[in-house]
Design a protein around this ligand. Sequence first.
Ligand code: TPP
Ligand code: MG
Length: 203
Amino acid sequence: MTSPMVSSSNLLHRRAVIGELLRDRGDLLCVASLGAPNWDITAVGDHPNNFPLWGAMAASVMMGLGLAIAQPNRRVIVFAGDGEMLMSLGALATVGAQKPRNLSVVVLDNERYGETGMQKTHTAAGVDLTAVAKGCAIPTCLTVKTEAEIAGLRRAVYEGEGPVFATVKIDPEALPFVLPPSDGVILTTRFRQSVLGNEALYN
Ligand SMILES: Cc1ncc(C[n+]2csc(CCOP(=O)(O)OP(=O)(O)O)c2C)c(N)n1
Ligand SMILES: [Mg+2]
């Protein structure tokens, strides 16, 4: 059976997964790691509550953690590439120690460093990021490989008690760039104003 969410190699399409997780997002705050995750969150609909990290590799989970702690009444989702996550494994230990109830980390695992030429990452050699997250005392850890499992992940992100960690196995497809604003000042001001309201203008 074919589905627009699944490729001919039976792997999930990254933008279909993100589109489903960001659909009807309410006041969800979203941080994305550099490269393709940035283009993906923009492709499904740019939003002032998106904070794409452009060139700051390995920063996304710590940014999301800080945001979740600063905004405990809002849910925060981080989309991180597998290369990004491998470069910042220690961040998972801090998430496990802090246990923010409003944070979800979703790793888009194409087993490649997509942006720099599709070199294989260690997840292609069997490194299991979900097992790492479990070992870091993150209470809800999932690996998602099928379309049927996306609904459960969406529930965990919007209704579950975090922190939530998910590895989503995706097709290593190279998609057209859909760029968010590239000026860091614009991105930061837009995000702060959206989250904090006019207070952001005066502080
Ligand atoms: C500190 C640092 N090292 C290396 C790079 C180069 N770089 C940019 S994107 C990227 C690969 C990202 O791979 P992944 O996070 O898996 O995302 P994908 O494109 O595969 O979705 C690398 C190595 C960088 N920007 N910063
Ligand atoms: Mg990757």
